[in-house]
Design a protein around this ligand. Structure first.
Ligand SMILES: NC(=O)c1ccc[n+]([C@@H]2O[C@H](COP(=O)([O-])OP(=O)(O)OC[C@H]3O[C@@H](n4cnc5c(N)ncnc54)[C@H](OP(=O)(O)O)[C@@H]3O)[C@@H](O)[C@H]2O)c1
Length: 274
């Protein structure tokens, strides 16, 4: 069965479901009448149905019954309840669960049956403009056709990377744009500190970042090589790099991502133990 013949259900009608529906309907990968949503708040469902012309299910069970692929897009704290609710029904092993619930491991879905195919997926915020990166982990029951459909689905949100599940929590930290935004803001502030007005500093930093990204994209070399090429011996760039290293710039970033990954693991454990 081709992806555009699949029925896709979304359990949960919040922020991430909105983003995915927006991308799927804009790219027209799936006809809108093959998209089904279920959530407690009927008002929210009505809004989604009007916005994307999609089907509303009476409840989660009906959504699962009608679909080939089922997104679980609910907060981690209620995922256990949703799994318990769905475990009351017979779920065919032809159906694919795509879990976005943060911190919930694939094996939490074993309650639904012995050989249910499950994908754990973690898209990041730039997915909202189709420029995201999603980490994907599959259990052994997902077949090649389902995998290829999942790649196409997440391709509508940007890029994707397949990882073993033990790395997913690290991706939560690594694919968050906050360190990048903090870096942008710090550079703008640095310009202002030297006496450049805020607007001009923002413009200079913005174009420097966009230009640097484009060079990286077009040249396809490592950042280390770009760093070397931009550093004239005894020059200004080398002095800036030396100062950043004196303040532990690299170590701070590496530790920030490692601590973020630990926090994601801790949160996942807390949710599972409650
Ligand atoms: N937002 C992101 O960018 C992002 C990225 C990656 C992963 N995630 C993960 O995706 C999940 C959802 O995130 P979100 O940002 O979309 O959250 P959200 O905006 O808070 O939406 C949660 C949705 O879950 C629904 N819900 C609650 N209990 C339910 C139940 N028993 N059955 C069916 N639906 C139920 C809520 O419905 P009511 O409003 O009617 O209660 C609401 O529509 C979370 O686990 C989050 O960690 C989010």
């Amino acid at each position: 069965m081709a992806l555009n013949e699949r029925k896709i259900a979304f359990i949960g009608a919040g922020h991430i479901t909105n983003i995915i529906l927006d991308n799927l309907t804009k790219t027209e990968i799936i006809p809108s009448d093959s998209l089904i949503v279920s959530a407690p708040s009927k008002g929210k469902l009505q809004q989604l149905s009007e916005k994307f012309d999609i089907t509303i299910a009476q409840d989660n069970i009906e959504a699962v019954n009608k679909a080939d692929f089922i997104f679980i897009n609910v907060p981690p704290q209620v995922t256990g309840n949703v799994i318990s609710e769905l475990s009351q029904m017979e779920i065919s092993s032809n159906k694919l669960i795509i879990s976005l619930a943060a911190g919930i491991p694939i094996n939490a879905y074993s309650k639904l049956g012995n050989n249910i195919p499950v994908v754990r997926a973690l898209p990041n915020p730039p997915s909202q403009i189709g420029m995201g990166i999603a980490a994907l982990s599959f259990n052994t029951y997902v077949n090649d056709q389902q995998k290829s459909d999942v790649f196409e689905l997440f391709g509508s949100l940007g890029e994707y990377a397949v990882l073993s599940e033990e790395n997913i929590n690290a991706v939560t930290a690594l694919s968050s744009p906050v360190a990048t935004y903090l870096f942008f803001q710090s550079l703008v502030d640095a310009g202002v500190r030297t006496g450049i007005d805020h607007e001009t500093s923002t413009k200079i930093v913005y174009q420097t970042i966009v230009g640097a990204m484009e060079v990286w994209k077009q040249r396809q070399v490592s950042p280390q090589e770009l760093l070397s090429q931009a550093s004239t011996p005894g020059g200004i760039s080398v002095e800036s790099i030396f100062t950043l290293e004196q303040h532990g710039f690299r170590a701070a970033l590496i530790e920030a991502i490692s601590n973020g990954a630990l926090k994601a693991t801790e949160l996942g454990d807390t949710v599972q133990n409650t």
